[in-house]
Every structure is written in structure tokens, then in C-alpha cells.
Ligand binder design. Structure first.
Ligand code: 5GP
Length: 194
């Protein structure tokens, strides 16, 4: 997605060889016009999938998630992150190791918001090792529902998440694919549509 790639080039800050900061349009300040386009792009890629719900994780997945859900005209659910939890019967719980915070969180979704007939599109802001996406997929599967795909705003293709998700049989659509973060420069995967 050219618009998004331009934004990453103009405003992305390479914090290290592994971490890209995009707090001016996605992770702190959010660009609603860009997020609207992100929602349209995910919708056009997944339009034939009869999606009934979009699932993301708080907080940075919410903006791309809600714009996609708006375009698809379905509800958005965001999984909540909690430190630790006494067991409850009305929620699904999965453990997710956070790449940026380097700690394990429990993520939870109320059971009443996913039913076995649902066809769920998972959306997240970044893909690194795939921990968040796998955690969300496990929640959908706990509910007996179907993961129809995983939509990622910025994929770091030099990390293993994409391949792990593909190997597990999931469809992955990333709007921008980053090949490397070296010498404070963002390099993109060549094959990308430009
Ligand atoms: P994963 O779960 O795939 O290992 O990592 C994805 C999650 O970690 C995303 O939800 C995102 O919040 C965070 N993340 C991973 N890499 C980056 C990064 O380079 N920049 C930012 N801002 N967040 C990241």
C-alpha cells in the first residue's frame, strides 16, 4: 500500500535493527484519514470471505480494526491485556508474550462476543514473531469459530511471524512489508505492489 509506505518513510523512526516507531500516525497520535484507507484496503483484500467480526488487541490494533470493521459493516472486538487473572468462566484467556514490553500478558475476550458460526478477521498494527496473532487466533478457535485471515498494517518480514502463521495455515495480508531496519533506514520487501 503505497500511501502507507510513504508514511513509514516520512515519519517512521528506526529505534533499533528490530523496532520501528510510528507514533505519529499509528501508535500514539493516529491519522484517521490514513486509517480509513487502511480499512478500505483490508476490506478489498478480504471482501469475499463473508467476515462476521473483526478481532484485534488493545490498544494499537483498535484504529485499523475499527476502520476495517466499519468498511465491512461488522462489529470490532478488541482483546484486553491483563497481567494475571483469577479464572473466570465467561471469558476466553490466552497467554501472549509481548515483543515490545518483553513480558507475558494474558489477553481476554468475553465469550458472548464470539460464537461458533463467526468468520473472524484478525487485525493488528505490527507483525514480529506472531505471538499476538497466534494468541488471537487461539481465542477464535477456543470459541469454535473460523479465522479467515490475518491483516497486518506493518509486517517486519525479517522476523519469523509471517512464516509461522503461513505454516499454521493462516492467510496473512500485510499492507507494508519491511525487509530490514539497518543503518536507521527502512527497506521494504521488493515484491510489494507500489
Ligand atoms: P508479535 O506478537 O508478532 O511478536 O509482535 C507484534 C506486536 O508487538 C504488535 O501488537 C505490536 O504492538 C508490537 N510490535 C512488534 N514489533 C513492533 C515494532 O517494531 N514497533 C512497534 N511500534 N510495535 C511493535
Amino acid at each position: 500500500m503505497q500511501l502507507l509506505r510513504n508514511k513509514v518513510v516520512a515519519e517512521g523512526i528506526v529505534l533499533s535493527n528490530k523496532v520501528l516507531k510510528v507514533d505519529s500516525f499509528l501508535n500514539h497520535q493516529m491519522d484517521p484519514v490514513l486509517m480509513k484507507e487502511v480499512g478500505k484496503e483490508f476490506t478489498s483484500r478480504f471482501k469475499d470471505e463473508a467476515i462476521t467480526r473483526v478481532l484485534t488487541i488493545e490498544s494499537s490494533g483498535i484504529a485499523p480494526g475499527i476502520m476495517t470493521a466499519l468498511e465491512l459493516n461488522v462489529p470490532l472486538i478488541f482483546a484486553r491485556k491483563q497481567k494475571s487473572l483469577t479464572l473466570k468462566h465467561d471469558i476466553y484467556v490466552e497467554k501472549v508474550y509481548s515483543f515490545t514490553k518483553q513480558e507475558t500478558n494474558e489477553i481476554t475476550v468475553a465469550k458472548k462476543f464470539i460464537d461458533p458460526n463467526d468468520r473472524v478477521l484478525i487485525i493488528d498494527d505490527f507483525l514480529a514473531n506472531g505471538e499476538a496473532a497466534f494468541g488471537l487466533a487461539r481465542i477464535v478457535e477456543q470459541a469454535g469459530a473460523k479465522v479467515v485471515g490475518i491483516g497486518i498494517v506493518i509486517e517486519k518480514s525479517f522476523q519469523p511471524g509471517r512464516q509461522l502463521l503461513l505454516d499454521a495455515g493462516y492467510r496473512v495480508e500485510s499492507l507494508v512489508r519491511v525487509a530490514a531496519l539497518e543503518n536507521e533506514t527502512v527497506t521494504f520487501v521488493e515484491e510489494e505492489d507500489i
